[in-house]
Ligand binder design. Structure first.
Ligand SMILES: NC(=O)c1ccc[n+]([C@@H]2O[C@H](COP(=O)([O-])OP(=O)(O)OC[C@H]3O[C@@H](n4cnc5c(N)ncnc54)[C@H](OP(=O)(O)O)[C@@H]3O)[C@@H](O)[C@H]2O)c1
Length: 276
């Protein structure tokens, strides 16, 4: 049996589409703001694999609420990792490109030194480290720019706004959009290889938020010229984002690469258009 936390989120629900027999856990089942209460809840699970898709993902909000983000993204992850080690349960959790400062000129590999610039990035890095220390056999996947067709996200926001008006989108942050469903399948392939430790996992291909927005608009039949590029400085946000957050993996080449974000974007956009 596989248990999946964050069942209501983008990645958790992608897992439940891929593995319908899995046990999807919501905030009501496991509240990660209370790491002190988690063990008791975890003891009620009967799984051989625990995949943690839950996270405090409100990047800007974390700047003023770091203790809660830390409880969810680090302290609870440590409890789950330790519980899994104690019960011979495989444990998988996810981290982020935002652990890097974005100053490297090429893509980041697993051995590059993190230097988070935001509270969210700090809490996710702490979670990576606490999980690996508590459970050296756990799998920690760093991913980036997660999108899906089933949930509100950057792409759905852009499509909703661009339908109504002209908008500007940041063109000086570079990363890899990653389809949640592809990441779920990739995770299962890594589990089949008995992968452990830190592994980068993103869709192939690099872009900027601006080019992603234009590509999504084109697929949706919206005039891409309604979207114009702007700089990060013109669109200030509470949390600093890395200018370059491209990730590539030097580990488990036998797992193969995920398909490119350009290949996966049309299915996500088509699904978004059914509910937007
Ligand atoms: N989204 C991205 O662009 C991105 C980029 C890099 C890495 N990641 C990482 O990828 C993983 C999956 O992200 P995602 O995009 O699927 O996130 P998401 O759509 O924001 O989903 C987050 C999930 O976590 C749950 N959650 C939040 N706080 C919780 C709490 N206190 N207790 C229990 N559950 C809680 C949410 O439940 P509710 O529905 O009840 O809020 C939701 O199910 C996360 O580790 C994230 O940090 C995401």
């Amino acid at each position: 049996m596989i248990s999946i936390t964050g069942a209501t989120g983008q990645l958790g629900s992608a897992f439940l589409r891929l593995l319908p027999a899995a046990d999807g856990l919501t905030r009501a089942d496991l509240d990660l703001t209370r790491p002190d209460l988690l063990r008791d809840r975890l003891d009620r699970l009967s799984c051989d694999t625990l995949i943690n898709c839950a996270a405090y993902t409100a990047v800007d909000q974390a700047e003023t609420d770091e203790p809660t983000a830390e409880a969810v993204n680090a302290l609870s992850v440590e409890v789950m990792a330790k519980w899994a080690a104690d019960h011979s349960v495989r444990f998988v959790t996810y981290s982020t490109d935002y652990v890097f400062d974005g100053t490297k000129s090429g893509p980041y590999v697993e051995s590059d030194l993190p230097n988070p610039q935001s509270a969210y990035g700090r809490t996710k890095l702490l979670g990576e480290r606490m999980a690996s220390e508590a459970n050296p056999d756990c799998l920690v996947l760093r991913t980036s720019w997660v999108i899906s067709g089933s949930h509100p996200n950057f792409v759905s926001t852009i499509l909703r706004l661009a339908r109504e008006k002209s908008i500007s989108v940041v063109d000086d942050q570079h990363g890899s959009p990653t389809l949640a469903d592809d990441l779920a399948s990739h995770t299962v392939r890594l589990l089949d290889l008995a992968a452990v430790g830190l592994v980068h996992a993103t869709s192939e291909g690099a872009t900027t938020w601006f080019h992603l927005a234009q590509a999504a608009a084109e697929i949706a039949g919206i005039d891409p010229d309604r979207i114009s590029p702007c700089s990060t400085a013109e669109f200030p946000r509470p949390a600093r984002r890395p200018a370059n957050s491209l990730l590539v993996s030097e580990r488990y080449p036998e797992v193969g690469r995920m398909r490119s974000w350009r290949e996966s974007l049309p299915s996500a956009v088509e699904q978004i258009l059914t509910w937007l």
